[in-house]
Design a protein around this ligand. Structure first.
Ligand code: OGA
Ligand code: MN
Length: 291
């Protein structure tokens, strides 16, 4: 009844990366959204895998309400970094009790350590540094497509074990400050088996589900052979042609399909600048492999 946008409205979509990514205009993030626009938005997410809504300018309540339109939301396992009034919002950055890493991050898809990983995430720039702190995306769908037939045959059907314990150990080596935070979670999330090549339940497209810091090993392969395979796949996925770096403006909203892309943070000068990002995470609904 009180739809702000008439039913015949359409989104304006402008591709941004070479193989993926699009900027979207005309999507109301506040208040009611017509079902037609939502359908267009979801179709664009499936087609482009990463959607940028420049200067969306939303508060946490609207961000949660908008995110819920895509499905039930996860509450992040690092509870202390969620907003007290909106537990669905996970805070990332160097402000307050936000989750912050002084060191490097690694390519990943969100919640790969859960038995059913997240479908999609929304990320909002509440406070952004004037330089650095870009979020990098890699098109693991286009990357899979461009593998040669022999490599596809070698990896189709392989299973990787994802574990928070591996992430903790990776963190100890790279970011000693994070020890405490991950320690407290490892018990609630035992290792899970995930396909190395995942198939998107809607588009049917295959992509490389490669989260190097989280994967302890590939089943059936010696540890070093599995690690070498992961390294070579990651090098392939992160070639410039399949990477898009999002340079944040305050108020930007970016949504990505965890089932089709990887992402990672990049460094910024945390001694000079503040960064505070709000993340909501759409829970997965397609079960992974059985244990
Ligand atoms: C995340 C994440 C990247 C960034 O919060 O899931 O990967 O740029 N963040 O902070
Ligand atoms: Mn992430």
């Amino acid at each position: 009844m009180n739809h702000i946008v008439p039913n015949d409205a359409t989104l304006t979509i402008r591709p941004i990366g070479q193989t993926f990514g699009a900027e979207v205009a005309g999507m109301p993030i506040h208040g009611d959204v017509s079902p037609e626009l939502l359908v267009q938005f979801v179709a664009a997410l499936h087609r482009y895998r990463v959607l940028v809504v420049p200067r969306a300018d939303v508060g946490p309540a609207d961000l949660v309400a908008f995110s819920r339109r895509f499905g039930p939301l996860e509450i992040h396992s690092r509870f202390e970094s969620t907003l007290p009034d909106h537990r669905e919002v996970f805070c990332v950055g160097n402000v307050g009790s936000a989750s912050f890493s002084r060191g490097v991050e690694q390519w990943h898809a969100d919640s790969s350590y859960r038995p059913v990983p997240s479908d999609a995430s929304l990320f909002y720039g509440e406070i952004v540094p004037p330089e650095g702190g870009d979020t990098l995306f890699a098109d693991s769908t286009a990357a899979y497509r461009s593998l040669d037939a022999a490599m596809k045959q070698r990896i189709d059907g392989l299973v990787a074990v994802h574990s928070l314990e591996s992430l903790r150990q990776w963190g100890l080596r790279h970011n000693p400050d994070r020890k405490q935070a991950i320690d407290s979670q490892t018990d609630s999330f035992p290792p899970v088996r995930q396909p190395l090549v995942r198939q998107h339940p809607v588009t049917g497209a295959r992509s490389l589900f490669v989260c190097p810091a989280v994967i302890s090993h590939i089943e059936g392969l010696p540890i070093d052979e599995g690690a070498a395979l992961i390294d070579s796949l990651l090098a392939h996925i992160t070639q410039p042609r399949t990477v898009y770096a999002h340079r944040w403006n305050q108020g930007d909203l970016v949504m990505w399909d965890n089932r089709a892309v990887l992402h990672t943070a990049s460094l910024f000068d945390h001694t000079r600048y503040q960064r505070l990002m709000y993340r909501t995470t759409i829970a997965g609904h397609a079960p992974g492999l059985s244990e």
